[in-house]
Design a protein around this ligand. Sequence first.
Ligand SMILES: CC(=O)SCCNC(=O)CCNC(=O)[C@H](O)C(C)(C)COP(=O)(O)OP(=O)(O)OC[C@H]1O[C@@H](n2cnc3c(N)ncnc32)[C@H](O)[C@@H]1OP(=O)(O)O
Ligand SMILES: O=CC(=O)O
Ligand SMILES: [Mg+2]
Length: 568
Amino acid sequence: MDLGTYSYPEKKKEEKLHYDVPEGVDIRGRYDHEFAKILTKDAVRLVAELQREFRNHIKYALECRREAKRKYKEGSLPGFDAATRFIRDEEWVCASVPPAVADRKVEITGPVERKMIINALNSGAKVFMADFEDALSPNWEKVMRGQVNLKEAVEGTIMFHDKARNRVYKLNDQTAKLFVRPRGWHLPEAHILIDGEPALASLVDFGLYFYHNFATFRRTQGAGFGPFFYLPKMEHSREAKIWNSVFERAEKEAGIERGSIRATVLIETLPAVFQMNEILYELRDHSVGLNCGRWDYIFSYVKTFQAHPDRLLPDRVQVGMTQHFMKSYSDLLIRTCHRRGVHAMGGMAAQIPIRDDPVANEAALELVRKDKLREVKAGHDGTWAAHPGLVPSCLEVFNSIMGNSSPNQIQTMKRHDAANLTEQDLLHRPVGVRTMEGLRLNTRVGIQYVAAWLTGSGSVPLYNLMEDAATAEISRVQNWQWLKYEVELNGDGVGVRVNKELFGRVVEEEMGRIEREVGKDKFNKGMYKEACKIFTRQCTATKLDDFLTLDAYNHIVVYHPKGSSSRL
Ligand SMILES: CC(=O)SCCNC(=O)CCNC(=O)[C@H](O)C(C)(C)COP(=O)(O)OP(=O)(O)OC[C@H]1O[C@@H](n2cnc3c(N)ncnc32)[C@H](O)[C@@H]1OP(=O)(O)O
Ligand SMILES: O=CC(=O)O
Ligand SMILES: [Mg+2]
């Protein structure tokens, strides 16, 4: 048994080896005999077929996003769509919840890394959301190893040998149920070319995982259903409709019943909050709820209102779930999901355990408990935990309100009171102040996150909080917006305005602080200077980049054989 260490083919041989792919497909990622077991001709054929069938729909959906953005930039506000009022008004429900995932009180999340997968599946959480998205830096090695790891996880054979600690990790008898989050529609997988174009990362992650695991998963985990997915960053129900068609196509290909695949959609963009019924409607045979992706939601609020200086956010730390627009979003999500018979999942508190400081650790845990108590009392059926150390507390809070034996509150917390939430509630201006420390923290966190991402870590602990692509995006777009409008830092009492000169000084000083904090050696060996360049450019660009990771992705693409050209 291979315990997580891989023997690579000799260099000379490696260059001659290549993946056996179907016509029209070219794989530019490094050859590895483990990856070749994932990139089989039939598995890649499914990905290629999905891409050929859906690429134009996806391109159109992305074009619609750009068109909506143009309107918001001209002053429009997102809102409910009059044309789909009938979907919101009529009574209908989604397909019933698969018994295997009726209870989702606590879901742990984490990147698709071997040790993390084993720890997460063993954590005592009901579900593990294995992430190719916010928590992963999607370089070729991570993405492909992630697929290898998930296959072994579904087969139940996954193991890891931590040689330094002489510790072997393997699965317990009882494990969490697996959900997989593929990357968003906007991201390419540059190492796979289909008909000369980069593959759509969502379809690569979905297609390869589905192909290799659907049969085993349905037998061992899903009790006849599955596989299960989380779907990120959608802005409109037309995007959910594409996913629904992708699922139907995959089910047909696999010869399994329609409605076997189930997915929870993250409501994590501002436009999508006005489309929750419509999204569930499109996916009604494949849905298993919605989730409050609070961090991307805040990012999306800034992005949507990038040209609305009257809607600037206060410091990032002040934009919590008790802000009126955030509370309204969570209440409406619960109301919508329960009316349609599916789970209303809560989101991620950013606090993580603080190992070396019991007092600070207890304070962090208390913040998490408070957040979870608010969620369960509001009617959420479950929540996310970033770390195994948080799972018992989250579970205890949910059980204390729901009772150990109730799997969810779908039928008991209808939240009729939230039916009257308006566009004004959902767009309510956030309250709070902006400070120099807010600007500094955004900068310090943003640069360190990008540095980690460039070296292969998509989720990192920074200042005792979990940081991932979604939280880092808030830091980036907030700096951009403050710079663009030269806002006054009104919380410090000194009335300083943010401009390029001030920002330049802040970047320099914060780079100095990072160097002191991480140490000269780590700083010099790391990618902090490159990260600083990327982050600073994005904060000061005239036009706001849609995603931090799109630009940064170009820095982690490695073609094989080396030197072959990029077609991104
Ligand atoms: C906005 C969103 O999209 S949220 C969802 C996406 N984000 C995430 O999924 C973040 C998930 N969390 C993490 O990645 C990690 O908890 C981090 C990076 C924040 C902190 O990780 P670490 O610094 O390794 O934490 P720490 O040192 O306390 O870990 C202790 C142990 O718990 C494990 N662990 C920590 N987090 C997780 C996790 N989420 N899943 C599984 N195991 C975990 C570690 O691997 C380590 O295991 P070991 O004792 O066997 O070696
Ligand atoms: O994906 C979750 C989020 O909060 O963003
Ligand atoms: Mg997100």
